[in-house]
Ligand binder design. Structure first.
Ligand SMILES: *[C@@H]1O[C@H](CO)[C@@H](O)[C@H](O)[C@H]1NC(C)=O
Ligand SMILES: *[C@@H]1O[C@H](CO)[C@@H](O)[C@H](O)[C@H]1NC(C)=O
Ligand SMILES: *[C@@H]1O[C@H](CO)[C@@H](O)[C@H](O)[C@H]1NC(C)=O
Ligand SMILES: *[C@@H]1O[C@H](CO)[C@@H](O)[C@H](O)[C@H]1NC(C)=O
Length: 425
């Protein structure tokens, strides 16, 4: 048949397109979705149209104490991606006396919904997942920690659990009255010590501790786009302030290669051999940068629903000037920065040799140079590739592309442009 070669080419092209779509589908979101009822049969996530005040009538648990002091409380949300320094920013809030801080509570939503995931990446599924995330955030800002119970495995009994993800990262959960293992003098309980010495977490006590504090702060790397939170930001019962934390994607890549050894195995081979493995799934990075660009674009375009609620922070700026930058963040939040926060910064960002200062935040310990240490770790090829894929977001955020190995490795030239991101007031 005369036209058969054309048919073959067409088929080949179609199959490439299908494979590409499949790869993109499988990797395009950090989590997958399924239709699963959210806690207490509260409905499948919040509907954008639902009046926030009708929730109590919808068959959900009551929120007896929910919004009593809502106008007073600030609900802080640190929105980030993995390996962008969000643990550090979380600590800047966690250390404050009047802040009740939770580290990645959405982890539990993700792990509960994950096993049921259908790989079909459809928008309805995505809505359910994000709806569940918003419901959980809303409840936690109201200090309703019981709401978490539907997502914790095994299900807590008598409102106690030892399975809260990274419990030890929350100061309030390692202190009296929630935990009796340490006295008031133990100001800086190490995360590991907390987990070892504190008994089961009593969620009733945790709820009370949350209510005692003036403000609630939550950090998450599990919301891909700030626009996904719009319903929460517009909820009149809440007083949310978003801190969108960003970092040079080349630095993020380098840090992920160190941390997620399985997922980034081929990248490590590239780094070690200097040659890009033919089977490296490049969509991994494409998707990261595309999501990232989209979220940053939304934030920086200053939509009205973010007014008074949005600040973008570059990790590198924080690393370079931790104290003044933290002060700026607290000014934006409208809170006085307390001495605990200041002490913690001094202890964790200056190259002190105290043995007591653990090196958990080592990336910041030696300040600005470390924030750019990826330049000594990635090969020029990898950097060049990343720059091409992430070009837009590099420009948006003021990170300079390099054009030669010399430029990449010469640490006396910073690749972080001076750029001011003022809070959207
Ligand atoms: C929960 O509390 C009840 C009443 O105090 C007690 O009988 C039960 O054994 C407790 N369950 C567990 C698993 O501790
Ligand atoms: C948890 O703390 C509450 C409040 O103090 C207390 O009433 C309850 O008995 C505690 N639960 C358990 C299982 O110890
Ligand atoms: C609300 O604030 C007042 C003081 O401003 C405090 O006494 C009260 O306990 C707070 N209520 C709740 C539920 O946090
Ligand atoms: C690094 O850059 C500085 C500033 O441009 C330059 O003076 C210096 O010679 C460069 N060093 C190397 C090794 O290229």
């Amino acid at each position: 048949m005369q036209c058969s070669w054309k048919a073959v080419i067409l088929l080949a092209l179609a199959s490439i397109a299908i494979q590409y779509t499949a790869i993109r589908t499988l990797t395009s979101k950090p989590f997958q979705l399924c239709t699963l009822p959210s806690p207490h049969n509260c409905g499948l996530g919040d509907q954008e149209t639902e009046s926030p005040f009708e929730r109590g009538a919808g068959g959900c648990d009551d929120y007896p104490f929910f919004y009593v002091n809502a106008s007073r409380k600030t609900h802080i949300l640190v929105l980030a991606t993995t390996r962008s320094g969000s643990s550090f920013v979380g600590q800047l809030l966690n250390q404050h006396q009047e802040v009740f801080y939770l580290f990645e509570p959405l982890y539990h939503v993700q792990t509960t919904l994950m096993p049921r995931l259908s790989h079909s990446h459809n928008t309805a599924d995505r809505r359910v997942m994000l709806g569940a995330s918003r419901d959980l955030l809303r409840s936690l800002y109201g200090c309703d920690l019981y709401f978490l119970e539907s997502y914790i495995k095994p299900t807590p009994t008598n409102h106690t659990t030892d399975k809260l993800f990274r419990r030890g990262a929350s100061r309030a959960l390692c202190q009296q009255p929630v935990c009796d293992a340490f006295g008031p003098a133990d100001v800086n309980v190490e995360e590991g010590d907390c987990v070892k010495k504190c008994a089961l977490l009593n969620l009733t006590l945790a709820t009370e501790a949350c209510r005692e504090k003036q403000h609630v702060a939550i950090k998450t790397v599990r919301v891909p786009e700030i626009g996904d939170l719009r319903a929460l930001l517009e909820d009149p019962r809440l007083n949310i302030k978003v801190i969108q934390l960003v970092r040079d994607p080349r630095g993020i890549l380098s840090s992920r290669i160190e941390t997620f050894r399985d997922t980034y195995r081929l990248w490590r081979i590239w780094r070690a051999t200097g040659r890009k493995p033919y089977n490296l799934d490049l969509s991994q990075l494409t998707v990261v940068c595309e999501d990232y660009r989209s979220s940053v674009s939304t934030g920086l375009s200053h939509p009205y629903w973010l007014k008074g609620k949005y600040m973008l922070v570059r990790y590198e700026d924080l690393a370079k000037n931790p104290l003044p930058k933290t002060k700026e963040i607290y000014d934006y939040l409208g809170l006085p920065m307390d001495k605990n926060v200041e002490d913690w910064i001094l202890a964790n960002t200056h190259g002190s040799n105290e043995p007591s200062a653990k090196h958990k935040f080592g990336t910041l310990r030696d300040s600005a140079a470390n924030a750019e240490s990826w330049r000594l770790k990635l090969s020029y090829d990898m950097v060049e590739y990343t720059q091409t894929v992430c070009q837009k977001v590099l420009q948006q955020l003021g990170y300079k592309a390099v054009r030669s190995v010399q430029q990449l490795k010469n640490m006396s030239i910073s690749l972080v442009q001076d750029k001011t991101f003022v809070p959207f007031l």
